[in-house]
Design a protein around this ligand. Structure first.
Ligand code: FES
Length: 119
C-alpha cells in the first residue's frame, strides 16, 4: 500500500487514485479490517471486504477482487455480483443485500478512509 499521502487524525491514507486499476480493485486494510477499493475513472468507492452471503472476504486469496468491465465486482466464492457505485448485489445468492460502505475522501489524488468501526 502506498503511503504517499499525509493522513489526518481519524483517517488512514490508503493510496493514490492511480494505484487502483481503472475499472478494477485494490485490497487494503483499515483499522485491521480488510477493505476493497474500486475505481472507475476519477470515481473511487470503498467497502469492507466481506461478502454478505457468508461473511467471508470477496477474494479467494490475498490480492485483487475480480471485477467486470468497471461496473461490478464478483465474489470469488459463489459469484455474487455487486455494483461499484453502491455495493448492491444485483445477481447471486445474496441478491438485494449490499456491501458495507467504507467512508472515503479523495483529495489531490490521494485516497483517505475513515474508521469503518465508527459506523
Ligand atoms: S460467499 Fe460471496 S457469494 Fe457466497
Amino acid at each position: 500500500m502506498t503511503s504517499c499521502c499525509p493522513g489526518r487524525e481519524a483517517e488512514a491514507a490508503l493510496c493514490r487514485v492511480e494505484d487502483i486499476p481503472d475499472g478494477g480493485s485494490l485490497t487494503a486494510a483499515v483499522a485491521a479490517r480488510p477493505v476493497i477499493l474500486l475505481r472507475r475513472g476519477d470515481a473511487v468507492w470503498g467497502y469492507l471486504n466481506r461478502c454478505p452471503h457468508f461473511s467471508v472476504t470477496l477474494n479467494a486469496a490475498r490480492g485483487t477482487v475480480l471485477t467486470y468491465e468497471g461496473q461490478v465486482l464478483m465474489c470469488a466464492h459463489h459469484s455474487a455480483l455487486f455494483r461499484f457505485e453502491d455495493g448492491l448485489c444485483i445477481e447471486g445468492p445474496c441478491q438485494g443485500a449490499a456491501l458495507d460502505a467504507l467512508p472515503l475522501r479523495v483529495e489531490e489524488g490521494c485516497v483517505y478512509a475513515g474508521d469503518p468501526q465508527a459506523r
